[in-house]
Design a protein around this ligand. Sequence first.
Ligand code: CS2
Ligand code: MN
Length: 355
Amino acid sequence: MKMTYRWYGRDDHIPLSYFKQVPGATGVVGGIFHIPAGEDWPEEDVKNLIEEANNAGLELEVIESVNVHDDIKLGLPSRDRYIENYQSTMRTLSKYGIKVICYNFMPIFDWTRSDLAMPLEDGSNALAYERDKVEGIDPNVLINRILEGSKGHAMPGWEPERLAGIKKLFEQYDGMTEEKLFDNLVYFLEQIIPVAKECDIKMAIHPDDPPWSVFGLPRIVKNEADLDRIIKAVDEPENGLTLCSGSLGANLENDLVAIFDKYTAMDRAPFLHIRNVKHNEKGDFHEVAHKDETGSVDVKGIIKVIHKNNFKGYWRPDHGRMIWGEEGRPGYGLYDRALGASYIQGIWDILEEEK
Ligand code: CS2
Ligand code: MN
């Protein structure tokens, strides 16, 4: 398996040279963050992005994410123009050696939390989701509270300028059901999977985070049944999954080991995110260190099955805590992700030896 790190380009507080110092890191996962969803990515920007990583001695073969415009999720007539842009971006990315594109299909928002820096007992802090603070409240109230409590950091997709148009977006989604949203995903996949084939790129949809409906918006990538339905809807190897143990693991009913086993055995999961979460009795969760017993995710069990299936794709340590006084993008500090990466590679190395 290829160990990668998510890198936020020039907005990242971590220089590329630091990722290079983590034992086992072969590459970074990148994106272009200043281009709004739906626009075609200019070739020059793609070229610069890849060159910058390569010049630091790191591969960049996975993009996270090429975001999908809401008109595609809404199924509006304007979607065709945005799908054409998406296809054009895929062609440009393939020209520069991209092998996997991660994306999500959540209406309006990317991941949602109630707190970006919840203090943990050990003195570190982490992302947290408390139902009472999120569900049943106005998203505008939530975003203001988060901005106040997090030194100005917004969650991705929650940027204040984007939220200015949020009222209209919510109106557009009025009446949207899981079935309609799923049909709109299939329409999108039918247009882009043939291009992925031509470009030798694997598409990898990321699960919804959290994997249940928030603010009344439908969610269709929550569990094994959803994942099955998606890969069967366009049954081609290029129509793949990003398996994220933290997102799927927020729902304790998801059998993560079975899910990672099934889709890596089928070779339909080109990209894995590994992280851990801990729950309380109310169904709230917060993120914790990657080490197995710290949270509810069976990290050891997951590594065992992907090793058994001879996983050759890309994986990255997903969100970590903020430890040792590090500041920066919540969830994406260097130190805890590096600890997690080393822990997971340690498990992998022992399994290799015992093979
Ligand atoms: C993250 C996401 O929530 C998570 O686990 O990995 O932000 C992910 O990057 C996006 O949803 C993918 O489009
Ligand atoms: Mn993830």
